[in-house]
Design a protein around this ligand. Structure first.
Ligand SMILES: Nc1ncnc2c1ncn2[C@@H]1O[C@H](COP(=O)(O)OP(=O)(O)OP(=O)(O)O)[C@@H](O)[C@H]1O
Length: 220
């Protein structure tokens, strides 16, 4: 289920040298946001905070009634399994498993019913019906990305977090990847947050958070 997402006073400390501070976010359920900004400004770290993969040094991350930043590790893990679909920049597919097994494993972890059937259906919806038994090493980059998207959306999360979806793609494929994400988020009614350097992607999303010296929030 999609819910409002709100952050307050977030900061992260990596050792003594790196402190990242973030402007507050306030997104309604189903909103779509691009996170942009120069390398090293903390875009991926923010996605990790929003996914509950990382606990902040200070601040709050509210998803509906849950404050992820204060929740126990068990509660955060449960939240991730049920509510978060995450597409990593390098996809993070299991190399020894087929496309079908990768998606099915994600569904099993999320505790979904009929994981085999649902994995098949999701891959077919993403035009991968002819690649179910291929392993990641036997797929093109675009196909691997579609498997990663299938794994992220198959359990119907309310929050879809995507890191650099067009980094490895030519312009045609970048457009297709963007449409895939927009369609998937719209179909789920999910809140979509995409980290990107690509103006094609950033301009297609209605709101933008630009991280940088000014930490300006534009269009939210
Ligand atoms: N696990 C870590 N340990 C120590 N420092 C880290 C760690 N992860 C990130 N950093 C540092 O935090 C800062 C922000 O990193 P992050 O990857 O979030 O930035 P980014 O904006 O996503 O960068 P890029 O656009 O290059 O992917 C960088 O200075 C990085 O070196």
């Amino acid at each position: 289920m999609s819910a409002a997402l709100r952050t307050h006073n977030l900061s992260v400390q990596y050792g003594p040298e790196v402190t990242l501070t973030y402007p507050d976010l306030n997104l309604k359920a189903g909103e779509m946001l691009a996170i942009t900004g120069p390398s090293g400004t903390g875009k991926t770290t923010l996605l990790h905070l929003l996914a509950g993969l990382l606990r902040p040094a200070s601040g709050e991350v509210h998803y509906g009634t849950l404050n992820l930043a204060a929740a126990s590790e068990t509660a955060r893990e449960g939240f991730r399994r049920r509510n978060v679909g995450y597409v990593f920049q390098d996809f993070h597919l299991m190399q020894g498993l087929s496309a079908l097994e990768n998606v099915e494993l994600g569904l099993r972890v999320a505790g979904a019913n009929q994981p085999h059937l649902r994995a098949q259906e999701t891959l077919k919806c993403l035009d991968l019906g002819h690649r179910l038994n291929h392993r990641p090493g036997q797929l093109s980059t675009g196909e691997r990305q579609r498997v990663a998207v299938a794994r992220a959306v198959a359990h119907r999360p309310g929050l879809l977090l995507v890191d650099e979806p067009t980094a490895h793609l030519d312009r045609n494929r970048a457009g297709a990847a963007l449409n895939l994400l927009l369609d998937a988020a719209a179909e789920l009614g999910a809140t979509l947050i995409v980290v990107t350097h690509d103006p094609l992607v950033a301009d297609a999303l209605p709101a933008r958070l630009e991280l940088g010296q000014e930490m300006a929030v534009v269009g939210v």
